[in-house]
Design a protein around this ligand. Sequence first.
Ligand code: FPP
Length: 252
Amino acid sequence: MTDLSTAPANAALARVPRHVAIVMDGNGRYARRRHLPRVFGHKAGVDTMVRVVRAAAERGIEFLTVFAFSSENWKRPDEEVAGLMNLVLFTVQNHLADLQREGVRVRVVGDRSNVSDKVCEAIDRAEAQTAHNRRITLTVAFNYGGRWDVVQACRRIAAAGIDPAHIDEATIARHMALSHAPDPDLFIRTGGEMRLSNFLLWQAAYAELYFSERLWPEFDADELDAALREYARRERRFGMVQPEPSELVANA
Ligand code: FPP
């Protein structure tokens, strides 16, 4: 059974994050620089996503969560929205067998209400076929928003008739879309912007943030390693006070 506690079990394991979350930003600019439609950038982004899952698994990362389509992305031009929906079908058709072979469990979280039956069926197929894989869990946030997630958790808690006096942080965490994963340790955003953009607002409470200048299609294993090195240098305190240097020596 997966240990979902936030704090790492020991200092050695703390060097590699268990869970990395990524805002894959910069696909549009990547396409524009090549005078190509934006959806070309998203397609290149899928290739990067598959390469990064592989690299993450090789480095011992257990959970990788990526932001593929936000609740706000419906406001994009129809052609781009349709292109992103078609990419789900394309990805399942062209990459699922490889992900399966590599021991990747695929989960897709987000609001299914506006998503077509065809896309929902492809998502169900990807989840069912990879359900028993345990090497790494790839969670794709699709039609997802952090605020949507809080709202849907509240609705499910209310529908379950849970006594308000018994609702605590663990109750809420159990009803959030990522209840199958520990909280992210490292939150990466590519594309040079420094925003959370409504991604994993509840879950990323203690995540270390890393902002990369690379556009997502240009992100690679070396840049992942740069983020992991930076993460390993960070001191995670989870709200506790920083120990005095003398205390560190005394406890060594
Ligand atoms: C942000 O870049 C990226 C997105 C809105 C979509 C990211 C999606 C993928 C990488 C592939 C999706 C995967 C599946 C399985 C469907 P942007 O378009 O905002 O880039 P820009 O800031 O350069 O305009």
